[in-house]
Design a protein. Sequence first.
Length: 85
Amino acid sequence: MEKIVGDFSTEIMLTGDEAKSICKLGEGKACCAFLVVGGNGFQCVRMSYPTSANVLKRLEAGTMEAKGRGGWPGCPWAPEEEQDE
């Protein structure tokens, strides 16, 4: 996992294995909605505006299969005491 901190956003680059084990890739509704894939592989856009705002709007509208919001153990956005579980 690689964290890329910008002036207005933070993106997390993930391997395929990390996307499966941390973000629940392949688990349907349990999968994190902030997991995206592109030319550079998997990444978390939870703290990347405006992409994160668009994901939140789609979650609220119920137009996404993935319903997860991250923050669980192993997620970079989990409370610190849960990140190492």
